[in-house]
Design a protein around this ligand. Structure first.
Ligand code: AMP
Ligand code: GLY
Length: 430
């Protein structure tokens, strides 16, 4: 089978790497891809949200499956675009339709869904420009810190956590009335702050059955010790020691199953990945957010732990036979350390030559913001590369990914040296 992977990050490189090992694969195409994905297939210079250009490529290259990495094409309706077009009959799209993708595309929708189906999440209120005064009054009823979320997609920037009440009221006005995040903040969700430790839980589903994938912990802040600005993710670890079998069972019973039942009850046909951003408060799991795709960099530790043929599982999604597929998981630890460009996340240098990649032997290097420039590989974004390593202990895996991050070289390189350290402490405490 020929497949097309949409996206250009480490997540898409990890998909390409894994799918290249499938017994079902013929050719892989990646749009637009990066310097790393080229090793597994053909990069096509197409924007993942340019559906007409995608259609043309699908027909030209005899593609039978499109795997959607990022949320944008899903929220914009790529699934419906393929379903409606007779010329694309028989081409599977791995990802939910635009209605199902509202679980990520609209925080207001997601919160209403959770409230309706009894899924544990932070208490909330939803407000627009017309109800700004009510929103400010709602803030008065909460305790600091205050959590304000642009309801729509805001490229990961739409969540503000503010200590001061007056400042929170000012920001609410900026979001609703001055469109601080454009249309994305025309509705704002205000939430009660939950204090706990976070993890990322993933399932793949064909709408009827689901498989729980390995969990991961993502490190979102730019600085060591979880300080500084939020980023797309600076590293990840799987498995997560505090996600004991008992805690995963709780998540399944209280969150995954009610979500699946809720989708069915609401007539929402969900096929693809669901990413549950979970926070553990005491011993109880709460949903912080849903995403309609895999996480990045979580994918770079979750996919390497799946031993089964990923394309076979994707076929199970497409033909609604996922229940007949087995999924085998590698029991080893897997960690990844993201290397970023100078200035990230506020800005990022580009075009810096990357060297020493050939010296990495005990790690899988997934590319994110890279491109080829002649025979050289150069930086092409904020998150540049991520070094994934296996280990029979967390310590061993972290050691290897740190060493690789140290070895790879480009001007302005930065990475966090403390990925997984908090978890190492947890294991010691046991
Ligand atoms: P989101 O985009 O909804 O995942 O929010 C981004 C980050 O903000 C999360 O990963 C959490 O660290 C934090 N966050 C969001 N909502 C809450 C909440 N209700 N309580 C505490 N932290 C939150
Ligand atoms: N790493 C978090 C995300 O992909 O949204």
């Amino acid at each position: 089978m020929n497949v097309l992977i949409l996206g250009s990050g480490g997540r898409e490189h990890a998909f390409a790497w894994k799918i290249s090992q499938s017994s079902l694969i013929h050719d892989i195409f990646i749009a637009p891809g990066n310097a790393g994905t080229e090793a597994f297939g053909t990069n096509l210079s197409i924007d993942p949200s340019d559906f007409k250009a995608i259609k043309k490529a699908v027909i030209e290259y005899g593609i039978k499956m499109v795997i959607v990495g990022p949320e944008d094409p899903l929220v914009k309706g790529i699934v419906e675009f393929f379903e409606k077009d007779k010329a694309l009959t028989g081409v599977a799209v791995i990802g939910p339709n635009s209605i199902a993708a509202q679980l990520e595309g609209s925080k207001d929708f997601a919160k209403k869904f959770m409230a309706k189906h009894g899924i544990p999440t932070a208490k909330y209120g939803s407000f627009t420009h017309e109800t700004l005064k009510e929103g400010q009054a709602y803030l008065d009823t909460l305790k600091a810190p205050y959590v304000l979320k642009a309801s729509g997609l805001a490229a990961g920037k739409g969540v503000l956590i503010i200590e001061d009440l007056a400042q929170a009221k000012k920001e609410l006005k900026a979001m609703l009335s001055d469109k601080k995040f454009g249309e994305a903040s025309s509705t704002v969700v205000i939430e009660e702050f939950l204090k706990g430790i976070e993890c990322s839980i993933f399932i793949m589903t064909d709408g009827n059955n689901y498989k729980v994938l390995p969990e991961a912990k993502d490190y979102k802040r730019i600085g060591e010790g979880d300080l500084g600005l939020n980023t797309g993710g600076m590293g990840a670890v799987s498995p997560v020691p505090f996600c004991t079998p008992e805690f995963i069972d709780k998540i399944e019973a209280q969150i995954i199953i009610p979500t699946m039942k809720g989708l069915k009850a609401d007539g929402i046909d969900y096929r693809g990945f669901i990413f549950f951003g979970i926070i553990k408060v005491g011993n109880e799991p709460y949903v912080i957010e849903y995403n309609c795709r895999m996480g990045d960099p979580e994918t770079e530790v979750v996919i390497p732990r799946i031993k089964s043929d990923l394309l076979h599982l994707f076929e199970g999604i497409a033909t609604q036979t996922l229940g007949e597929c087995d999924i085998h998981i590698d029991q080893r630890y897997c960690t990844t350390t993201m290397l970023v460009s100078k200035g990230y996340p506020e800005s990022s240098e580009k075009g810096k030559e990357i060297s020493n990649l050939e010296d990495i032997h005990d790690c899988i290097v997934f590319h994110a913001g890279t491109k080829k420039s002649g025979t050289k590989v150069v930086t092409n974004g904020g998150r540049v590369l991520t070094a994934t390593a296996y280990g029979s202990s967390l310590h061993e895996a972290i050691g290897k990914s740190n060493e690789a991050a140290d070895t790879i070289s480009f001007s302005g390189k930065y990475f966090r040296k403390d990925i997984g350290n908090d978890l190492k402490k947890l294991i010691k405490e046991k």
